[in-house]
Design a protein around this ligand. Structure first.
Ligand code: 3PG
Length: 307
């Protein structure tokens, strides 16, 4: 059996070595495709493999069609919006993610980005502190929880909303206050950390109305997905409210325009940065390799997302 590691944005070498070790000790072969720039390279590489490990690489219907022997795709990370689940399911291909494995890296970056914006992107001028500010967490999953915990350690008041968690005790157990609606969350958050996935329901759901309801001087921190932002609404809100800020590790489609118009009030990293740590690569990459071995050898489908 052949396992392809297809990573346009490569894992750290230690992670690649670890993945190979797991796959090869199980008696399988690894194939490595890194830093590819042409979709044709991916289509060629998938042709004769049974399993694929990806990051944000796009596994479209075309890729699935080209992968005639494919049994399993594991997204080494949380969000699997880059995989055409319907096409995979139609072919009986198992799709998994590795939830929680890169969460700490993303959470640390979210807090780092808050400090970065509070200190004027490390340019001159008087900044502000995070202590005493209200940190709102939009979606209380693995990353949201860690952001809350780290925010509390910095002396922030942490509040959260998650459409799928109605029991206040889940939040209270972490010393976090549950708010009852998205609208209420944005209204009270000096820093709003976004952790919603990109789905048909959430795409373009964060825009002008929510942003302009935020307190004076508020910052929206997006380490989730660029697709959840209504970029026209964001630009409008930043125009009307000269106190608002936006920071993201997934540059907006209109990032160059935002930078030009709003200067130090906006910032976007050129490549998705949240999970870019050696630790996260190792955690997620090795988990992906173990999940593939578990599935191919024992039929283990614990982390399957298209059941
Ligand atoms: C995730 O969904 O796990 C993160 O967005 C990380 O994506 P990456 O593997 O492309 O860095």
């Amino acid at each position: 059996m052949r396992v392809l590691i297809a990573t346009e944005k490569p894992f750290a070498k230690k992670a690649v070595d670890g993945i190979k070790g797991i796959i090869e000790s199980a008696g399988f072969e690894t194939v490595l495709l890194e830093k590819y720039t042409d979709k044709a390279d991916l289509l060629k590489a998938v042709a004769d493999v049974e399993a694929i490990i990806i990051r944000s690489d796009k596994v479209t219907a075309e890729v699935i069609d080209a992968a005639k022997n494919l049994k399993i795709v594991v997204r080494a990370g949380a969000g699997y919006d880059n995989v055409d689940l319907a096409a995979a399911t139609a072919r009986g291909i198992v799709v998994m993610n590795t939830p929680g494995q890169n969460s700490n890296a993303v959470a640390e970056l979210a807090l780092g980005m808050m400090v970065f914006m509070a200190r004027n992107q490390f340019q001159s001028g008087t900044g502000t502190e995070l202590q005493g500010k209200t940190l709102g967490i939009h979606a209380y999953g693995n990353v949201g929880k860690l952001v809350g915990r780290k925010g509390k350690a910095l002396g922030m008041n942490v509040v959260a909303f998650d459409p799928f968690i109605t029991d206040a005790k889940v939040f209270e157990a972490d010393g976090v206050k549950k708010v009852d609606s998205v609208e209420e969350l944005y209204k009270v958050s000096d820093y709003l950390s976004l952790h919603i996935p990109a789905t048909e329901q959430t795409k373009k759901s964060i825009g002008h109305a929510l942003l302009t309801s935020m307190p004076k001087g508020a910052t929206l921190v997006n380490t989730a997905r660029k697709e959840v932002i209504d970029e026209a609404g964001l630009a409008q809100a930043l125009t009307e409210r000269e106190d608002l800020k936006y920071v993201t590790d997934i540059a907006a489609d209109t990032q160059a325009e935002l930078n030009e118009k709003f200067g130090l009030r906006v910032f976007g990293t050129p490549k998705k940065m949240g999970a870019e740590t050696a630790e996260a690569n190792i955690n997620a990459g090795l988990a992906a390799a173990n999940q593939i071995v578990g599935f191919l050898k024992h039929g283990d489908t614990k982390f399957q997302v298209n059941k």
